[in-house]
Design a protein around this ligand. Structure first.
Ligand code: ADP
Ligand code: MG
Length: 394
């Protein structure tokens, strides 16, 4: 799935229309509380500017649902971006129209214009053809660097590519390279660790990975649905009763394939979903009623750590417990530390897992941290993402 990238084309003097993911969190006073996504696009932006592009950036922010909502303006992003770039990122007051076109026409090589929130127009999420064409008219080359929205077929992620030569940005390239390698040709042994809240979110990923991994380690709340499907008592743990058949089918397939599928053998349990709860440990078989599983236990951590030794590729998606609460963050933290030390290709996806390792200050010790939550899950399910499919092949 090799795609042409921004490095494969001539940019000097060209109007480069680049889709980025500037969907950053803002506080009440419209201050950006986390600028990770802006920083993540800097390599591609700087590359384009150094090569003499006239750069037009576009993004969505929040969910304005097709209406102009001033609190979801990209204005604060333009300010932050200007600080990070050390040159002014000009701000347009719309993303299409005559006025924007005139602003684009005055852009010189090495200058940047940020278009206003794409989702102020309902046509964006409908991938309306005329709207996509109006966007495309602003540029001569289309670059998609917004991996986080690549699973959406919107005007700015898919439609626009029908009208312009289309290539991947550097961030997009990195995502495709690492996640693609995991699915196509991982260094072995290849171990996947899946956790998080729901089986239903990740069943597609488990199914797709079953044919590819050397072993699967399951933690988080989703483990309880599997343990319940095996007939164990899980007390008040978060079990998805309506996913029981799916879980049973999957366990049968695991059995047939003979892939090691490790579920927790002990649990940290609590009498309520709270940091102040009473806490104790339980073995694999029974979580008493009135109690719920909140984290994997020490013996599970030992077994998971052993399963990880010698791995050459590890994919991790989903925390192993309720890591947001101190008494239940042990499993997630210990496994994160094991991964950070491992001599292997380590790839982390999922908003919460990424937040967990970033809080531990371990981000720098992973090979690749995927920026797309939903997009990385769909990629790992083996789906073709529309925002990638439209980019030119090498
Ligand atoms: P990611 O964003 O990394 O893909 P998810 O969104 O699937 O992860 O799941 C993260 C959430 O799962 C966290 O909020 C965490 O508290 C929750 N979680 C993990 N283990 C449990 C558990 N045992 N019980 C309830 N919630 C859990
Ligand atoms: Mg999440």
């Amino acid at each position: 799935m090799k795609k042409k990238t921004i490095r494969d084309i001539e940019l000097r003097g060209e109007r480069v229309l680049m889709r980025v993911d500037f969907n950053v969190p803002l506080d009440k006073n419209l201050n950006i509380t986390d600028d990770t996504r802006i920083r993540a696009s800097l390599p591609t932006i700087n590359y384009a500017l150094e090569k003499g592009a006239k750069l037009i950036l576009m993004s969505h922010l929040g969910r304005p649902k097709g209406k102009v909502i001033q609190s979801m303006s990209l204005g604060p992003v333009a300010k932050r971006l200007s600080q990070l770039l050390g040159i002014e990122a000009k701000m347009a007051d719309d993303c299409i129209g005559q006025k924007v076109k005139r602003q684009v026409d005055t852009l010189k090589e090495g200058e940047v214009l940020l278009l206003e929130n794409l989702r102020f127009h309902p046509e964006e999420e409908k991938s309306d053809e005329k709207f996509a064409q109006a966007l495309a008219n602003l540029g001569e080359i289309y670059v998609n660097d917004a991996f986080g929205t690549a699973h959406r077929a919107h005007a700015s992620t898919e439609g626009v590519a029908n009208f312009l030569p289309s290539v991947a940005g550097l961030l997009m390239e990195k995502e495709i390279e690492y996640l693609g390698k995991v699915l196509e040709n991982p260094a072995r042994p290849f171990v996947a660790i899946l956790g998080g809240a729901k089986v239903s979110d990740k069943i597609g990923v488990i199914e797709n990975l079953l044919d590819k991994v050397d072993s699967l380690l399951i933690g988080g709340a989703m483990a309880y649905t599997f343990l319940r499907a095996k007939g164990k008592e899980m007390g008040d743990s978060l079990v998805e009763e309506d996913k029981m058949d799916m879980a049973k089918d999957l366990l049968e397939r695991v059995e047939e394939k003979g892939v090691p599928f490790l579920l927790p053998v002990d649990h940290v349990i609590a009498n309520e979903f709270s940091e102040e709860a009473q806490v104790k440990t339980a073995d694999e078989d029974v979580i008493p009623s009135g109690w719920r599983g909140m984290d994997v236990g020490e013996e599970t951590i030992v077994q998971f750590s052993q399963a990880l030794q010698g791995a050459k590729t590890v994919l991790w998606n989903g925390p192993l417990g309720v890591f947001e609460m101190a008494p239940f963050s042990n499993g997630t933290e210990k496994i994160a530390k094991v991964l950070a030390e491992l001599k292997a290709i380590t790839i982390v996806g999922g908003g919460d897992s990424v937040a967990a390792i970033s809080r531990l200050g371990l981000s720098g010790q992973f090979t690749h941290i995927s920026t797309g939550g939903g997009a990385s899950l769909e990629f790992l399910e083996g789906k073709v993402l529309p925002g990638i499919a439209v980019l030119a092949d090498v």
